[in-house]
Design a protein around this ligand. Structure first.
Ligand SMILES: Cc1ncc(COP(=O)(O)O)c(C=O)c1O
Length: 453
């Protein structure tokens, strides 16, 4: 049905006394269930208000909310239509694809911090200071390695907080870890490498960067002690030693030593190293062999992924090839944002924000784990923004993901992270950081409904 409809044509689970929220929920549900297909013209606000016997202003506000959420789309001079929101069932041909639902009401999909906690005041204050003091030259194309001021500030921050040997001239500021990895993969291919190892399981989108660069992707198993270093057989490996993603284990001390002594190039993805809750975090591996280990980090978990700022602390022999590869792709860093971040690092505002977030995420993790039914087991150390949950026998990952979607909760499954041969246990990967503070309780309630047998 792509023509307009009235409330007589489409079942809306709505009562006149449910108000604006009730009408919005009923429309969301009808769209998610497919009763209102993408592209369907919705009635005018006047027509629906008349049809339902409610104020036109209520319908106008509901339409505005649903447009922001992507359930509806408007364009000037054209009727309002239903947007392209995914159906609740994962697509059949990709049973382990990410069950990402843009319209899910409760966002426990891993990978992002609480976006509502972005330190807007601190960012604005730092921006003001930067713009007040900066010479006109900051508005020019900047140094391809990233602003020198930011590299100095990162050098101090990374050596203090993570023990990284981070002289500014070996730091390259890139557009997040994914960008840095894509560039490194092309540099490795250009030096003659044909294979890059990844932990199995790991995030598929990062493996794709290697594949796109022409590298074969090799799977190295991970057990309770982290990466099985003795099984490495490639010129280079990407690893998450402080907090394996997605299993959540940490690399055991003897394996850290073995990896630092291993002859290949190690790319250390320290994506959430700031968030260890039960003890001081282990320092970066990079300090053990700075000429063979690339240290990589980003602000995607501490501040916001939208900033697209990350860094590589490189062995010296890689600085020039990485700079040249970045230049070849036309990369120019966002200099003003670099200066704002540098200001936040130097003023202590970044540390204050991270400290406050660490407390908040720890509380969330503890609360979530305390509420889990007994037959569901959390795996991994007390750290980060996600947790892996093992399911009891007889409950499949797909069943739980579908049940969660019925409650409008977005979660991820472990299945899609495996590749190659080997063990393929199943589970649920939950991100507990993303909901705004007020939404965390209801999100957990909805999740518990879905996962409790
Ligand atoms: C394992 C892992 N590494 C790195 C990142 C950060 O990626 P980026 O800096 O490209 O946002 C993430 C973000 O989700 C992640 O989950």
């Amino acid at each position: 049905m792509t023509d307009s409809w009235s409330s007589w044509d489409v079942h809306l689970d709505w009562q006149p006394d449910a108000g604006r929220q009730g009408l919005a929920d009923a429309l969301r549900q009808a769209i998610r269930d497919g009763r209102l297909a993408p592209g369907t013209i919705v009635p005018s606000t006047r027509a629906l208000a008349k049809d339902l016997g409610i104020a036109r202003g209520t319908v106008t506000r509901v339409y505005a909310d649903l447009t922001v959420e992507g359930y509806l789309r408007t364009s000037q001079g054209a009727p309002t239509r239903v947007g392209a929101v995914s159906s609740p069932l994962p697509p059949k041909e990709k049973p382990h694809a990410a069950p990402w639902v843009p319209g899910a009401r409760w966002d426990l999909y891993p990978g992002r911090p609480d976006l509502s906690s972005f330190p807007r005041e601190a960012w604005v204050a730092a921006t003001r200071r930067v713009l007040h003091d900066a010479p006109a030259s900051v508005f020019d194309y900047g140094d391809g390695l990233g602003s020198a001021v930011l590299r100095e500030a990162l050098s101090r921050y990374l050596s203090r907080s993570r023990g990284v040997l981070a002289e500014p001239d070996r730091i390259v500021v890139c557009g997040g870890f994914g960008h840095g990895l894509a560039v490194l993969a092309r540099v490795l291919h250009a030096r003659g490498d044909r294979e890059l190892s990844f932990e199995n399981p790991c995030l598929p989108q990062f493996r794709e960067h290697a594949t796109r660069a022409g590298l074969h992707v090799a799977a190295v198993p991970v057990d309770e002690q982290g990466l099985e270093v003795s099984k490495l057989d490639s010129p280079a490996v990407v690893v998450t030693p402080a907090h394996q993603y997605p299993l959540g284990v940490t690399l055991a001390p003897e394996r850290r030593t073995a990896l630092a002594r291993w002859g290949g190039l190690v790319i250390e993805d320290d994506y959430d190293g700031e968030f260890r809750f039960d003890r001081h975090p282990v320092g970066a591996l990079q300090a053990l062999a700075p000429e063979r280990i690339v240290y990589a980090g980003s602000v995607s978990k501490t501040l916001a992924p939208a900033l697209r700022i990350g860094w590589l602390v490189l062995p010296r022999f890689l600085v020039e090839p990485v700079r040249a590869e970045l230049a070849a792709t036309g990369w120019h860093p966002p200099v003003v944002d670099h200066l704002v971040l540098a200001d936040m690092l130097s003023s202590g505002a970044y540390d204050r924000h991270v400290r406050q977030r660490r407390i908040a995420y720890r509380k969330r993790r503890d609360r979530l784990l305390s509420l889990l039914p007994r037959e569901i087991t959390p795996v991994g150390i007390s750290a980060g923004l996600h947790v892996l949950l093992r399911l009891p026998p007889g409950r499949s990952e797909e069943q739980v993901i579908r049940a969660a979607l019925r409650e409008s909760v977005a979660i991820d499954g472990l299945g899609r992270h495996w590749f190659g041969d080997g063990r393929r246990s199943r589970g649920i990967v939950l991100g507990y950081a993303t909901p705004a503070e007020h939404a965390f309780g209801p999100a957990i309630e909805a999740l518990l409904k879905a996962i409790t047998p």
